[in-house]
Design a protein around this ligand. Sequence first.
Ligand SMILES: [Zn+2]
Length: 374
Amino acid sequence: MTDVVYGYDDAAGGWWVPPLSNLHGHLRAPGDPRFPIAVHSAATQFRYYTAMPNLGAKDLIRSPEGALAYSHAIAHEAAQYGTAFTPIVPLYLEPDTTPETVERGFKEGAWISAKLYSKGATTASAEGVDFRKLEELFPVFKMMERLGMVLLIHLEPVAYPSGIEIDPWHRERKGLAYLEKILSVFGGLPVVFEHVSSQEGIEKIRERQNRHSPIEATIAPQYLVWTRAELLRGGMNPAKYSIPVLKKEEDRRALVDFLLDGGGFLGSDSAPHLLFAKSQPCGCAGGVFNDPVAVSVYFDTFRREGEAHGITDWFDRFVDFACRKGPEFYSLSEPEGRVLIKEEAWEVPNTYGSGKDLIIPMYAGETVPYKVVV
Ligand SMILES: [Zn+2]
C-alpha cells in the first residue's frame, strides 16, 4: 500500500487533507425540515460528527435507546450520499441523570460523551443543570471519568449565587470558576470547552493545558472572523446572532492566536434556524448555520494568519485542528483516506431549503475561497 499524500496538488487545484471531522454541530430532529439540510451539509464534508442532543424539550437524548435511535436516523439520512459518515451522539445531562444510566449507555455503545448545558443558557437548555447546584452531578462525572467518557460543556451560567442575572457578555467568564471546580475534582476527566468565545476562556484553557489537564476546546468559525460590531453593522443582524454572543476584537484575536498555536479542534456549532425564527422582532433565535462555509473559514484563517505571522507549517497545524485532534481527544480511530480542499471561489446561496422552510447560512450571498470535495 502506498502512503497517502497530503498537501497542495496543482492538478487537483487544492490541498489534500485527511478526512475532516466536526465535533460539535446541530442536525436537529428527524422530521424537522432543517434535518435533511443539516445532514446533507455534514455528511458531504465530515467523517465524525458530534450531533448535539438538545433536540427540543420532548426529544432530548436522555436514554441509551434515544441516543441509538437518533444515531440510526442520522446514518439512514446520510446513507444516500454514500460517504463514510459517523455521527457521535452525546447524552444530555440533567440534574437527575444517574451514574447507572451513564454506564449502561456507554456499555451498550450508545454514547462516549455527555453534554452539560447550563440551565437556561441556550436552545433547549431548560432541562439543563443549574451550575449553582453542580455538585449534584459529581457522581455522574465520577462515573464518566472511570469509563473514559468525554464531558462537553456549554459554560455559561445565567445567574449569580445571589440569583441576580449575569450579563450575557460575561457569562462565559463567570463560568470559569465552575470549570475550575470540575477540573480540580476530576483530574482524569477529558473536558471540551465548547465554542470558546472569550479571551479569559482561552487563558484558562492555556493555563490548564500547561498543567496537563485533559482539556480542549471547540472554536466555531464566526468567532474567528466576527465581533459584536458585526451584529449591528448597518442595522441589527439576527442572522449573525449566536450563543455565546459575539464578543470584542481582543477576544477574537485571542481565539485566532490560540488556533495558530495549535489549540482547539474543529467543532463548528452549526445551528440552523428557520427564517421565521430568525425574523422575530422579539425572541429571535440564536445560532448560525455555518457548516457549508466552516472549513473555508478555518482554512483561510490558518493560511492567511499563518502566512502573516511567518508560521511556515500552517498547513500541518490546520490538519491537526481539522482532522486529527478531535477524533484523538474522543479516543476514536484515525480515519483513513483523504479529501480535497479545493481552491475555488463559490457564492454561498442566500438561503438553503425551499418553500417557507428556509435557512440563512453564514456568509449568505457572499463569496468564499474554498470548498470541500469528498
Ligand atoms: Zn452548540
